[in-house]
Design a protein around this ligand. Structure first.
Ligand code: NDP
Length: 452
């Protein structure tokens, strides 16, 4: 692809998870690469998503640890939590990561350009009044929170704001029932806030296995998070006692903070995409083929802005496949068996098909399920269930899905994702020797299927 009539071989717009990986990989393969970023390096994941969220998830976890310690003989004084200390420590770590991203890019020779980029034509990008020519363009501009248009919506905040609140709010309403809603419900509740979750559906986490959804909902309630399910929020109102969430059946409750966690939309506005003929979908997403190429040749898009699967490791996988393609080895990207974890409390982990999806796809489904109280919680007297479930094709014995609610679900499911990627059968799980005593051993010792 090198064509020295252009300033660069590859111009990447957006230095988030996907963009940074594409730029680093391409530069390491000898391409002349520029990467433009209007904000901080690292994108949503590093600055306003996965990383600061996980740090706050860890912080909230100490509440359980302090509470459980007494059952193991510890005498712990009254623990006190200082929100500003957590935010300062988190900010320092994120600043370190921002610098590390800069070094990594410069280390492989990619040029980092600060500012907002706009595509002028399929081989020209404008940035801060300068024009750069390039062989190919990669759009990796990510996504931003979506807020429904209800009266008073602006009285609420989106997840971006949580990471820099001056203090921990006392009463929090979270609207939505997806990843961000249940993750922040656990974090803010764990840190000491009273949390009410308003969700329009019957259970949180639509798209996850129904046993996962029901188990998680039950555990959230046991922890003291109030769930208002099948509840549509009609408007937000300002009042003397805080921001009131008014639901469509007329209920009105005051809160110190209202968080919209109602999904994210691709950030594809004002990039010049449609002007050069790039097709956008109904959500504003860049339409791409399996090689991440848009409807304009040599203009590519990866990550959240394509609205395929909005997960950092997926954006990275798309970036790696794309650079292979650009290097002359056409590599399609597939999105099956992508494992995922929700850092709620308790945590959720899943890979493969849900029971409902497996049945809908016509598999003769056999289900194995185990619900138990882990050893960790016995002495602590913590009433928290762990649920594990295998969805198996009864004809081929292939494991189609592994689902879990419980501590370390993300860590556990990562390993089972390898097994599913290798096409594991139930017989192979049965032949796997357990590690005792662990919770994960349950996944290789379930012998009796659930009766239909
Ligand atoms: P999700 O798509 O996961 O959830 C959105 C939620 O908002 C759903 O419960 C949805 O309800 C609800 N909703 C949507 N529109 C409305 C509306 N108009 N009124 C009321 N409720 C509404 O989005 P998130 O913002 O939580 O997260 C975005 C994405 O980011 C995730 O899907 C995931 O891909 C990624 N992410 C991944 C994380 C991880 O890997 N741990 C963590 C956080 C985010 P319904 O179900 O009825 O549609």
């Amino acid at each position: 692809m090198p064509n020295h009539t252009h300033d660069y071989d590859l111009f990447v717009i957006g230095a988030g998870s996907g963009g940074v990986r594409a730029a680093r990989r391409a530069a390491a393969r000898g391409m002349r690469v520029a990467i433009a970023e209007a904000s901080r390096l690292g994108g949503t994941c590093v600055n306003l998503g996965c990383i600061p969220k996980k740090l706050m998830f860890f912080a909230a976890g100490f509440a359980d640890a302090f509470a459980d310690a007494a059952g193991f003989g510890w005498r712990v004084g009254e623990p006190r939590f200082a929100w500003p200390d957590l935010i300062a420590a988190k900010d320092a770590e994120i600043a370190r990561l921002n610098r590390a991203y800069g070094w990594m890019l410069e280390g492989v020779g990619a040029e980092v350009l600060h500012g907002r980029a706009r595509i002028a034509d399929r081989h020209t990008v404008e940035l801060e009044g300068e024009r750069f020519t390039t062989g190919a363009i990669v759009v990796a501009t990510g996504s931003r929170p979506f807020v429904p248009e209800v009266p008073g919506a602006g009285l609420g905040v989106v997840s971006d704001a949580i990471f820099s609140l001056p203090e921990l709010p006392r009463r929090v309403a979270i609207i939505g029932g997806g990843y961000i809603a249940v993750e922040f419900a656990g974090i803010l509740h764990g840190l000491g806030a009273a949390v009410t979750l308003f969700h329009r559906g019957p259970l949180p986490l639509r798209g996850f296995d129904d046993d996962v959804r029901a188990t998680l909902a039950g555990e959230l309630v046991k922890r003291g998070i109030e769930l208002r399910l099948n509840t549509e929020v009609g408007r937000l109102e300002s009042s003397r006692d805080g921001v009131r969430v008014v639901d469509r059946s007329g209920g009105s409750t005051p809160f110190d903070l209202v968080l919209w966690a109602t999904g994210r939309v691709p950030s594809t506005g004002d990039l010049g995409l449609e002007e050069i003929g790039v097709e956008l979908g109904g959500n504003g997403e860049v339409v791409v083929d399996e090689y991440s190429e848009t409807t304009v040749p040599e203009v590519y898009a990866i990550g959240d802005c394509t609205d395929r699967l909005a997960l950092t490791p997926v954006a990275i996988a798309e970036a790696m496949a794309l650079v292979e393609t650009l290097a002359g080895n056409p590599t399609p990207i597939r999105h099956d068996n992508v494992p995922t974890a929700v850092f709620s409390r308790p945590e959720v982990g899943a890979v493969g098909l849900t029971e409902a999806a497996a049945r809908a796809a016509g598999h003769p489904v056999v289900v194995f399920r185990s619900t138990f109280r882990p050893l960790l919680h016995r002495l602590a007297g913590r009433d928290q269930a762990t649920m594990m479930k295998l969805v198996v094709d009864g004809a081929t014995d292939r494991v189609l899905g592994v689902h879990m609610v419980g501590p370390d679900a993300g860590e556990i499911i990562q390993g089972f994702a390898v097994a599913l990627t290798c096409g594991a059968t139930k017989a192979q799980l049965d032949a796997t020797v357990a590690i005792h005593p662990t919770a994960a051993e349950e996944l290789v010792t379930m012998r009796e299927p659930v009766e239909d």
